[in-house]
Design a protein around this ligand. Structure first.
Ligand code: G3P
Ligand code: CA
Length: 302
């Protein structure tokens, strides 16, 4: 719905990326400005325990379509959704397995992790919430008709996690045209990991977490659709530099900024013309900046 007028020319670069200076004005056909996509960070994690199904449901309850999560792997090879590489902060692992310090995810089996309480640390009303497997998580996102910004967390600890994650997504029906066209982005702090995802499944939209120098953006444009920086490292000119490049799917690269939880910062960052804001308080951010209707949805061609 928004206009992105190509202002100058398209120039082949390094034989991989296309350099495409663009005007990136986000203006609805009505002429009114539209806000960025709002993404619930680790689910609506200000209101429910992060990365649990309860946090996904809370986002849905608030009417938030996009949820972000973090994927890691257990000792016996199950993909689970958890942020830290240790289970200590967000579960009762210390009580259940007192002799297993430092309680790394990769040192526990899926059955052991399934015994843990991932909700009580947040609030007694969430007692009994579990660390979801990726399969369970995706099924809940599907059930809620939501969309998924999936982060491969610490991929250096889990060789082959890219292929394995894509396999789970495929098994769940998330690599069909309908999903890759508007309901899925795979992101990581590891450029190698994102490049691998792109090579294995070029149709999947990808995001790099970080702020690469502008001089490196032509290379990133070969394998990532999004550059997703911490909001503190952003500027108008950086966002506009990212938008000037065409990503691997022939569209201007996007910027999703994290983690913004207050209205004033959300308005400032939206003023940089970012495409998305990742937040623990999606209701607060949506109220502050509005949200473009289905900006990353099938109706936009994704
Ligand atoms: O999606 C952005 C954000 O999740 C990256 O940081 O540490 O919360 O995974 P972190
Ligand atoms: Ca994350």
């Amino acid at each position: 719905m928004h206009a992105r007028a190509i202002a100058v020319t398209t120039t082949a670069f390094l034989g991989v990326a296309l350099l495409t200076p663009l005007s990136h004005a986000r203006t609805a056909q009505s002429g009114e400005d539209e806000g960025p996509t709002v993404v619930a960070h680790r689910g609506a994690s200000a209101y429910a325990p992060e990365n649990t199904l309860a946090a996904v449901d809370k986002a849905a309850e608030l009417g938030i379509r996009w949820v972000e999560n973090d994927v890691q792997r257990t000792r016996d090879g199950e993909l689970v959704v958890l942020h830290d590489d240790s289970l200590r902060r967000t579960t009762d692992v210390e009580e259940v397995f007192p002799d297993r310090s430092p309680w790394k995810v990769k040192d526990f089996t899926a059955a052991e992790i399934a015994r843990l309480d991932a909700g009580s640390w947040f609030g007694s009303e969430y007692a009994g919430a579990r660390v979801p497997t990726l399969k369970q998580y995706v099924e809940r996102v599907e059930h809620n008709h939501q969309k998924l910004l999936l982060e491969l967390k610490n991929p250096q600890l889990y060789p082959g996690i890219e292929q394995q994650t894509l396999k789970v997504l495929a098994n769940e029906g998330w690599l069909d045209r309908r999903h890759v066209a508007g309901r899925l982005v795979v992101q990581s702090f590891s450029a190698d990991s994102i490049r691998t995802v792109h090579e294995i499944k070029p149709a999947v939209k990808t995001g790099f977490l970080g702020t690469p120098p502008v001089s490196d953006l032509p290379e990133y444009a070969g394998f990532t659709d999004q550059i997703n920086p911490s909001h503190g490292s952003l500027s108008v000119s950086y966002v506009s530099s990212v938008h000037a490049f065409t990503g691997p799917h022939g569209r201007p690269m996007e910027v999703f900024a994290w983690t913004v939880d207050d209205a004033a910062t959300a308005r400032r960052i939206a003023g940089y013309d970012v495409d998305g804001i990742i937040t623990n308080k999606p209701d607060v951010v949506r109220e502050a900046v509005g949200e473009e209707e289905d900006r990353n949805g099938a109706s936009t061609g994704w």
